[in-house]
Design a protein around this ligand. Structure first.
Ligand SMILES: NC(=O)c1ccc[n+]([C@@H]2O[C@H](COP(=O)([O-])OP(=O)(O)OC[C@H]3O[C@@H](n4cnc5c(N)ncnc54)[C@H](OP(=O)(O)O)[C@@H]3O)[C@@H](O)[C@H]2O)c1
Length: 252
């Protein structure tokens, strides 16, 4: 495990909490030099101290901060070999009750920021002939979840961006991996203001999500579903959309 990321410089967004913090922990334990980003300076400093990493606070709801974050990590480390986008914000409410400021923030944090940050750091990876891009998507982006229209759309956009970019980079030195989690036990649900409402799939620990993402990243795999069986409803939706819509309407 330890030598797996030896010598790599990693930047992880959303590292002040949940999946991002767990990813940063595993990268640091594997020998990477870890730069962690998040909004909450106190929690971020605590994570950085614990991992022997460097805190780079940023509010990715402000589009210019993605580029600034890229500039700060390059100034500090000279390069980024592993870039993991875990920063994200949930939202669960009927669309008609969602105010424009919330829509703008969800799009900025979940979609615009990872695209801009990738755009700023990818050229260096290509020039050095080495790079791994990891995106934390969501099953909501694959299945289009009721009362999560905007969140689902941002994650669908992120997944399609990752897919398109992977095709563009095919055969080259930079790989693109997306983690597609269903339910992970983090503060995500408290923060979005609505608890997780279903019995299944059951929440998995953040460290399991981190392990799944990093295993796929290391292997250069396109995607990792968590749990793996969540690929099934996605396949049904793609192969038989009308049937899927009927089932989703009945099951909620
Ligand atoms: N938990 C789940 O069940 C689940 C399922 C599917 C997908 N996901 C995705 O997994 C990713 C990580 O979420 P999580 O479960 O680990 O939730 P979390 O514990 O709430 O962590 C979210 C992270 O995103 C950061 N973030 C939020 N808004 C930000 C902003 N404006 N600027 C910069 N950073 C911001 C937070 O930073 P601060 O704490 O410093 O504000 C925090 O580090 C998200 O992209 C989420 O959509 C989660």
């Amino acid at each position: 495990m330890r030598q797996r990321w030896d010598g790599a410089v990693a930047l992880v967004t959303g590292a002040s909490s949940g999946i991002g913090a767990a990813v940063a922990g595993r990268l640091a334990a594997g020998g990477a030099r870890v730069y962690v980003s998040g909004r909450d300076r106190g929690r971020l400093a605590e994570v950085a101290d614990r991992l022997g990493g460097t805190a780079l606070p940023a509010d990715l709801g402000a589009p210019e901060q993605a580029g600034e974050l890229a500039g700060r990590v390059l100034a500090a480390a000279g390069r980024v070999d592993v870039l993991v986008h875990s920063a994200g914000r949930g939202w669960a409410a009927p669309f008609t009750g969602t105010d424009p400021a919330t829509v703008a923030e969800l799009v900025a944090v979940n979609l615009t920021a990872p695209v801009l940050l990738t755009g700023a750091l990818l050229p260096g990876m290509l020039a050095r002939g080495r790079g791994r891009l990891g995106f934390v998507g969501s099953i909501a982006g694959r299945l289009a979840v009721r009362d999560e229209a905007v969140y689902s759309a941002t994650k669908a956009g992120l997944g399609v961006f990752a897919d398109s970019l992977r095709q563009e980079l095919r055969g080259g030195p930079v790989t693109v991996t997306e983690l597609v989690p269903a339910v992970v036990d983090t503060p995500f649900f408290v923060r979005r203001g609505r608890p997780y409402p279903r019995r299944a799939p059951r929440p998995v620990p953040a460290d399991r999500a981190a392990a799944a993402l990093l295993a796929a990243l290391l292997a250069g795999r396109a995607e990792a579903y968590l749990p793996r069986w969540m690929r099934l409803p996605v396949t049904v939706r793609a192969a038989a959309p009308a049937t899927y819509r009927r089932l989703a309407g009945r099951l909620g």
